[in-house]
Structure formats: C-alpha cells, structure tokens
Design a protein around this ligand. Structure first.
Ligand SMILES: Cc1ncc(COP(=O)(O)O)c(C=O)c1O
Length: 413
C-alpha cells in the first residue's frame, strides 16, 4: 500500500495520546520505546479500567451470589466472549484464560503430553523458538521417552520447509512453532505448516506471542489446534494470557492444575471435573487483568489489525533501509516475510554496549539472546540489538533510532 494511504487510515498522533507513558522522558530525552516485543505500553482505556476494577468491582469471580461478585464475573466473562470472535474460535469455551503464553504452552505440553505422547513418539519444533516453546517440550520428551526434532532455519532466518516435510511422519504427535519470531521478525508460513502436519495426523500449536498484536488471526481458517498468546504484549495487562484449543483436544486432555473452580464434585472417594473452559482454570484467576484485557481487545479492534499491520510495516521498511546505510551494521533476520522486529549487530561490538548508549539517548531496545539461545548459536552470535515496533511508534522515532545507532557506531567501531 502507498504510504499516504497507510497514514490516511492510521492516525498515530491520536493513538499516541492514549498512551500516557509515551510523554515521559528518560535520561532527559523523550522516551523512544522500541522494546515492544518484550511488552507493550498500555492505553489509558486499559489503565482506567484497572482503577475502575479496584474502585468499583473488586470481588472474586464465579463464586458469589452477591452483587459485586456477579459484576466481576460478568466482566471477566466478557473478555472470553470477545476473544472468541477476535481469533474466530468456534466456541467460547475453547478460550482458556492463563497467565500468559508460557503457561499456555506448558499447559498443552503437560496435559496433551499425558494423554497422547508415549515412548518413541516424535515432536517437532523449530530452531527459532523462544525458550518457552522449547523447554516444555524437552521436559515432556524426557518424561515420556519421546524424541524432539528441530526444523533448522536458513541464513535469512526462514524455516527450512524441506526438512520440516521430511521430519513429519505417523509418529509425529505435535508440531509446536512460533507464528512470528521474536528475535528475527520472521513470519512463518503457518497455514502450510498446519496443513502438512495434519496430513500425518499431527496437531499444531502456534506460539502467537509476537503475532496477535500485528496480524489478524483466524484459528478456523488456519485450522490450528492450539494457539497461545499473552495479554501484556497486545496492550493489555500483565498476568493474563490465552490458550485457544480445539474442543476435541481440550475435552480429551486431563486437567492441568487442580483445586477450586476446575471441579464438578469433590468427595474423598472421587472428584469429577468441571466443563470447559473451567476444567483448565483452577484457583482464583488474575481477575483484574482478565477483565481489563477486554479494553485492549476493543482498542485493537477499533483501529483494525490490518490497518495496524500496514502502518507498522511501513515503519519496519523505513527503519530497516535507513539502518542498512550505517557502515558496519548487519541485520540478523532478513526473511522475505517479516513483522515489526529489527535485530542487528555492529561489527565486533557487543550488543549490550550499543544498548547502553541507546538508553542514554532515551531509546529503549532489548539486547541479548531474547530467550532464543539456540537461535543465537545457529548464527554464532552472543545476541543482537533488537528494536521492536508497535502501532504507536513513528517515523520520527525511527529517525532518532537511526541517528543514535550511527552515533554508537562512530563511538564503538
Ligand atoms: C515468541 C514468544 N513466545 C513466548 C513468549 C513468552 O511470553 P510470556 O513471557 O508473556 O509468557 C515470548 C515473550 O517474549 C515470545 O516472544
């Protein structure tokens, strides 16, 4: 899309006014927040909802007959109701509210693993996974005597689909892959990944932690079996996340944690379990976060994810081309399909040193391995400097980033 058309459809100045933190300074400079892959800032609508919750609604959910408990329960369930169309789940009860992506993936590894994974079975992940989509599967493989296969990535940071095809077979019991790489920005061909896995009868879990805030996701169109994401990376509160699972899998899996809420009836002789989604929601949830995630969903929905995506893509292209003009700068992750992440290195310079200089100039980026140590090993680097873009970033901020990296390069190279 032409830049003017993108800008016409997306009023970034209006968006920025909704994010109070963006007006603050850091080290005497206006904050340029480019650590959105780690967590996003929150709009006033979410912040106000948190205050409103504690001043008007605070009460435990799903338990009381009293007025406040009813109000809190209704507000909590509104989030689930809105999440269903947001990802186009078939049923509302396929939406499990968790602590975040990490807990969602652990839940599947643990519960699906107990029900379906046995000695000699095979699981497939990729070389670009976040640790939270590696370690749960490693633990499962150790427990069940299963084998973990890893699909390699090429030098651009794209999945080697030939190897993926060759790894799939009738022993494959799960494919767990990220939709968008948090370290490289690569967008994986998820529809193809799912179709190929289904051809051998294997379900697919997509880690959508870095996709849900940038790409409109339709779980039915993708035909994906499980989807995991975090509220705090999509302008919502911390402490709440989502596991979408197809009803047929969730019904066939044993509970994750046990305690209040997840039971139908408890006697000392036997306990029966609650229906979906409550079977997987033991104990008091993060009520405030669950309720206030609604306001982040409304915010994104009102702007439209397609508009957000084209606006952010314009920033990505703009900043990438400018950064590439800096002598000694190397991009890590040059996939054809990319979203919102620019990872780079200055020749022979530790990413941490670049990060410190950028911080002094008010620019928040992330440096290090980004919880993807195996991926860093693949590229034979200790880590990268990562600027990750959100919908409230601007071209002016990209200019500030580029000027600051140029300055760091003159100081460090
Ligand atoms: C791709 C990916 N998966 C999983 C996670 C873990 O998310 P959380 O810490 O919110 O559980 C992250 C966080 O950065 C991520 O980027």
């Amino acid at each position: 899309m032409e830049r003017t058309a993108v800008l016409e459809r997306f009023d970034v100045d209006r968006v920025r006014k909704d994010f109070p933190i963006l007006t603050r300074t850091v080290n005497g400079k206006p904050l340029v927040y480019l650590d959105n892959g780690a967590t996003t800032q929150k709009p006033r609508q979410v912040i106000d909802a948190i205050v409103n919750y504690y001043t008007q609604l605070n009460s435990n959910v799903h338990r009381g007959v009293h007025h406040l408990s009813q109000l809190a329960t209704d507000a909590f369930e509104v989030t689930r109701r809105k999440l269903q169309p947001f990802i186009n789940a078939t049923h509302e009860h396929e939406i499990i509210l968790t602590k975040g992506t990490t807990e969602s993936i652990n839940l599947v590894a643990s519960c699906y693993g107990k029900a379906f994974v046995n000695t000699g079975d095979e699981l497939i992940i990729s070389a670009m996974e976040h640790h939270s989509n590696i370690v749960p599967w490693q633990i499962l493989c150790e427990e069940r005597g299963a084998i973990l296969h890893v699909v390699p990535v090429n030098d651009a940071g794209e999945l080697d689909m030939e190897t993926y095809r060759s790894l799939l077979n009738e022993r494959t019991k799960m494919v767990a892959m990220t939709y968008v790489s948090n370290a490289l920005g690569t967008i994986n061909p998820v529809k193809e990944i799912v179709a190929l896995a289904h051809a051998v009868g294997a379900p697919v879990l997509l880690d959508a932690a870095q996709a849900i805030q940038h790409i409109a996701i339709d779980v039915q169109a993708l035909d994906v079996d499980f989807l995991a994401f975090s509220g705090h990376k999509m302008y919502g509160p911390t402490g709440v996340g989502v596991l979408y699972g197809k009803e047929k899998w969730l019904n066939a899996m044993p509970p994750y944690q046990s305690g209040g809420e997840m039971i139908k009836e408890v006697t000392f002789a036997k306990t029966t379990y609650n229906e979906l989604p409550f079977k997987f929601e033991a104990g008091t949830p993060n009520i405030e976060a669950g309720i206030c995630l609604t306001h982040a969903l409304d915010y994104i929905t009102e702007l439209g994810l397609d508009n957000i995506a084209s606006y952010e893509y314009d920033l990505l292209k703009y900043a990438t081309s400018q950064l590439l003009e800096i002598p000694g700068l190397r991009l890590v992750g040059t996939a054809k399909e990319k979203s919102s992440v620019i990872s780079f290195l200055l020749d022979g310079v530790h990413p941490y040193d670049v990060g410190v200089i950028l911080d002094k100039l008010g620019i928040a980026v992330r440096t290090g391995h980004h919880c993807t140590q195996p991926l860093m090993d693949r590229f034979n680097i200790p880590g990268t400097v990562r600027a990750s873009i959100a919908m409230y970033n601007t071209r002016e901020e990209m200019d500030i980033l580029v000027a600051a990296v140029r300055r760091a390069a003159t100081m460090l190279l």
